[in-house]
Structures are given as C-alpha cells and as structure tokens.
Design a protein around this ligand. Sequence first.
Ligand SMILES: *Cc1c(COP(=O)(O)O)cnc(C)c1O
Length: 476
Amino acid sequence: MFLADTRGGQDKPLIQALLKPASPTHGLYTLKQIPKLDFKKWINATYQELATHICTALGLKGAMLQSALKRYNVFNSIAPLRILNPNLALQELYHGPTLAFKDMALQPLGALLASLAKDSQEQFLILVATSGDTGPATLASLAGLENIKVVCLYPSKGTSLVQALQMQTMDAPNLKVYGIEGDFDDAQSTLKNLLNDPEFNAQLRAQGCSIGVANSVNFGRVLFQIIYHVWGYLEWVRLQQSSCGEAIRIVVPSGNFGNALGAFFAKEMGLPVAKIAIVSNANDVLEEFFNTGVYDISHRRLQKTYAPAMDILKSSNVERLLYALFGHERTKECMQGLDTHKRYTLTEGELEKLQAHFEAVSCTDAECLDYIKQTYKDFNYLIDPHTATAFKALESLKSPLPSVIVSTASWAKFPQTTCLALENKPTMDDKEALEILAKRGIVPPDSVADLLKKPPIHTEVLKIPEISSHIKAWLS
Ligand SMILES: *Cc1c(COP(=O)(O)O)cnc(C)c1O
C-alpha cells in the first residue's frame, strides 16, 4: 500500500512513511484512496480483531501488526462507551498508561517503530516537543526499546504537575527529558532548528542514527485513530440496541485535528456518521474555518486555556483533510497561503463540501468549568476540561442527532481545573487540589497517586540556546 503526498510529491510505501515521514515537498503522507468497508460484519469482533480488519484493509498486516496491537493489553479498558442517556454517550479513550487518548495511537505506533528499526538494523532518535500529553505517551511507548532513543522537550511552566511528573519520573536509559524556559512553540521550533543543524546531523550520521518522528506528521498516529471511532459506533449499536446503519454525530474536542481526522476517514470508509462536530476553545481557528471557510491566523495570538492540548493555531492535520476533499494542487495553494499570508480562504463550493461532513463550535473557559460541574451533578461523572468543551456542541447544535462525545483525557491529569470547577476554589498546585477533592471522596486512579510518590529523575530545565548542546552531549 502506498500513501500519497498532500502536496503532490511522490507516493511512499506505508512502512517507509511510518519510519521516515518527512517529505521533500514539506507535505504529509496520507491515504491515497479510502477503501469502503462493511463494518456491520464486525459487530461482534473484539477490539483487536476490528483493528486487524481495518489495518489490513489499509495495508498494514502480519506479525508486526499483531505485536503492535498487543500493546492494548496494558490498557485497563479499550475505548469503552459510557451511555449518559438514550441520545448521548461518552467514549472513554483515556484508559491507557498515561491517561490521555494519545496512548490509543502511540502505544501501537511505538511497537511498530521498534520492530521496523530492528528489521532495518538502524538506530533512531525520536524528538518530541509536547504541550503535555504527547510527551508522556511517547515516552511510555518507547521506554526501554532497542534501537530507539527519545528526547522530549516540554515547557517547564506549561504543563500540569501530573503531566510533568509523568515525564520526569520516566526511568529508562534510552530516554531524556528536558524542561525548557519557553512555551510549546519554543520547544517545537528548537527541535526544527536542530533538524536543520549540519553539525547535529553529522553527529547523528557518525553514530549511524536516523531521525524518527512520532508526532502528528507520522501517518501511523492517524491510522490507529480511525479504529476507535468505528469501535465506538459498534458499541453504540450494541449497547443502545439501535439498528446498525442509523447515523450518529461524533463530537471531538480538537487541537491538531488528528482525532477528528480519524473520524473523517472512518466516515469515508462507510461508517454511518451524519456529522463530525469539531470543538475549539478560545483558540477558535478551527471553529472559524469550518463555519466560514477562512483559515486565518494573521490576527491571532495563542491563548492559554483550561484545555491546553487544544491551544493550537496551526492545526497540522487539516492539510490531510484538504487533500482528501480538494486534491494536492489546491492543498499546496492553501498551505502556501498559510506560510506567506498566514491565511487562506475556501470557495463557496469548497465550504459546502466541508460542511457536508463537519460542524463546529467553540467553548470558553467559563463554560468549560460549568460543564464539568454540571456533568458531575447530573450524572455523578467527572469529565476532564478537554472533554468538557464538547458539551458545548450539544447545546449549540440544534439538530437532534444521537451523539458520541470522545473523551480525550482523565480528569486526574488536571486536578487544579477540576477542583476549580467543583469547589470554585483556586489551588496552589495539583497536590493541594487532589487533597481537597479526596475530602469529597473523589480519588484519582492508582497510577496518579503513585506518581506523586515517585522521585523525579529528569529535573533539568534549560534556556533555549543551551538545548542543542545538551542533546548532543547526551547522545555522545
Ligand atoms: C491532544 C489532545 C486533544 C486534541 O487532539 P487533536 O488530535 O490534536 O485534535 C484533545 N484533548 C486532549 C486531552 C489531548 O491530549
């Protein structure tokens, strides 16, 4: 199976694209054709069986796939559905090792990258910049693997304590984690500069090491994010005893648009999805795009919100959507517009095509806190701040479709915001927040309690100019 380049470059075999996702056109590799699948046949399949069917249809199969899917054995539960009422369910995607949905794709992808590195007898260095959830999930997936090293950068003041500890306490010789004095964009541009640094590249070559990528540039992330949307639908049919074929709405709290893109591919494969609802926070560039056809970051500055994993302006997976709907020439044109003018505009016809699949809303921080509080009151059920934003869609979108909200993280990753929502009280840090919540009988999963007791190993915080020399020194 070959993947296409979104900007018209040469196709690349899937396996090659997973190992080396960089494209000479600076485009992204993505599905060339989208196969139609008859999901009804798999109504009684297990998650692994369903994943095998879908991945095989997309060209990934055999022993390598099976060992990747074995990673789901470490999950407490795989993407279960919680029915809230006859028209509404939440799909809990956060039962993996780091309590956010990033585990759903990064766990199997890590296993795949390790087998590919072993087969090709190459060493890979994986560089990750994270705003909080991707870092822990990548480290957890790649810890202790042969032929792979990982360097992870996070903004030292930009994550929750729980997220920071998930990285700082990660103990394996092939992992290195640095806090940086800067924000997520600084972390990301530092890594980009490093990739273009001739001295750094020469050093890697001398060590027989290639750069690997586990961020959303890697199509593997999207691949494994198709499966749970299909699983969610089949669970809906099983649990609600509705007829297989009845269309639903999938509501997705969105940032980099990977999760929603997985839903789009599932829909294109034939899953009965009437609409995919995109939810933004105050950084509502996606909401504007899907409602007006204008993608415009020229007048925007990134705002910090209670849903930090959605604090993104350049939502990179949108490029794959443009390719799927409008082809590579138009995609290239739009991406060039974004680079040079920081904006592009769809035609009316294009917008219509977009809106045949998507709806969009945005949610403020105040509303986010309200939804956490209200859901706890109505259902005795605690949602995280990202999941909370999705409830705005139920309120704003009037057509009465049965809806599945994808729940992207456990509340326990964001104790301070949870405490603020329930108690209306700001706290010093996550520890204090967890103590206050415990008095109400709200306790986090064991893994979070354990984290707070573990000694941090990676405690270095670097200034931006220091980073590259530290990485070089660690590698040698
Ligand atoms: C990454 C993340 C998101 C955003 O997902 P995208 O695929 O980037 O749109 C939402 N919620 C949480 C908790 C996340 O970690």
